[in-house]
Design a protein around this ligand. Structure first.
Ligand SMILES: Nc1ncnc2c1ncn2[C@@H]1O[C@H](COP(=O)(O)OP(=O)(O)OP(=O)(O)O)[C@@H](O)[C@H]1O
Ligand SMILES: [Mg+2]
Length: 291
């Protein structure tokens, strides 16, 4: 059984929203702070841990299981920045099989071999592709693999739509011992109205924003070097924000059941914001003409 100090966290979000980038910076910040951390990529692309390893890809657990019937879990664990343990679950070939079964197989392999205890981990952070069109995405929530779920969202409607779908999944499994929601990590928030849109969404769904992360060139530069921002620009403002986010997640204990909006309510909510944005634009054009 896992030691009680071990905290298992899953990070979800729409494709391309910044899950792997943010998760890797959280992992890097936590190892920097002295914690023992494993980042567990649950994306069939197997690219979650790249920036923790200078841009290198690692073989996935499923790759190893396809090659050998008996796999030593240690062969699937690689060290990255600051000693962080990197694992990629891998996935089925495109169009064949279920990504969820792959995640279960990968987690089981590590648990059967008591890896979490052996490594004396403080945190395992699962980076989960969240908008696949099958129940597989719910595995870390449903199977008790994670305890706390965080979702990454920008103020874009499709990102909010994916977050709301995740809330529905969490709500569905909440009375069967599923993982609960820690909060929303707001990514690529650079204007006041983007912040207001997300604040309004979390208020209506009875959740909370854990941290506002701006879109930043520092992140782009670091990624081009195959590094996290924590490694490439440790004294930057962006690194300070990622450290604060990591600390908040480290200290987080009380997750809750979110209150997702119905599809109709989400539609009328977004239509209301469309009207407000048109008004904001009209006012700013009016001010520009007046000056
Ligand atoms: N705050 C940010 N500032 C600048 N660039 C960012 C930020 N967050 C993410 N990005 C960039 O957005 C792109 C997508 O990020 P990332 O790969 O982390 O997304 P993802 O959600 O893991 O995608 P996928 O669903 O494909 O796994 C990357 O090029 C990343 O550098
Ligand atoms: Mg990713």
């Amino acid at each position: 059984m896992a030691k009680s100090k071990l905290k298992q966290i899953a990070i979800y979000g729409k494709g391309g929203i910044g899950k792997s980038t943010t998760t890797s910076n959280i992992s890097a910040a936590l190892v920097d702070a002295g914690y023992k951390v494993m980042q567990f990529g649950c994306d069939p692309k197997s690219d979650s841990t790249n920036t923790l390893r200078g841009g290198d890809y690692i073989p996935s657990v499923l790759d190893l299981l396809h090659e050998n019937s008996r796999v030593d879990a240690h062969d699937a664990i690689f060290r990255g920045f600051g000693g962080v343990y990197c694992v990629e679950a891998g996935g089925p070939q495109p169009g064949v099989g279920c990504a969820g079964r792959g995640i279960i197989a990968a987690v089981q392999l590590l648990k059967q071999q008591d890896i979490f205890d052996e490594l004396d981990l403080d945190y395992v952070i699962f980076d989960v592709l969240g908008d696949v069109v099958c129940g597989g995405f719910a595995v870390p929530i449903r199977e008790g693999i994670a305890e706390h779920v965080f979702t990454i969202s920008s103020a874009d409607f499709m990102a909010i739509y994916a977050a709301n779908n995740l809330f529905r999944g969490i709500q569905t499994y909440s009375n069967k011992g599923g993982a609960l929601l820690g909060g929303v990590i707001a990514n690529s928030i650079n204007t006041d109205f983007q912040r207001e849109i997300l604040d309004d969404f979390v208020a209506r769904t009875r959740t909370q924003v854990v941290e506002y992360v701006p879109r930043s060139l520092t992140v782009t530069q670091a990624e081009l070097q195959g590094k996290t921002t924590i490694e490439a620009a440790p004294r930057s403002e962006q690194a300070r924000i990622y450290r604060r986010l990591a600390q908040r997640i480290a200290e987080h204990t009380e997750s809750t059941v979110p209150a997702p909006l119905s599809p109709q309510d989400l539609r009328s909510w977004s239509a209301g914001w469309a009207d407000q944005l048109i008004e904001i634009e009209r006012k700013s054009q009016h001010l520009a003409v007046a000056s």
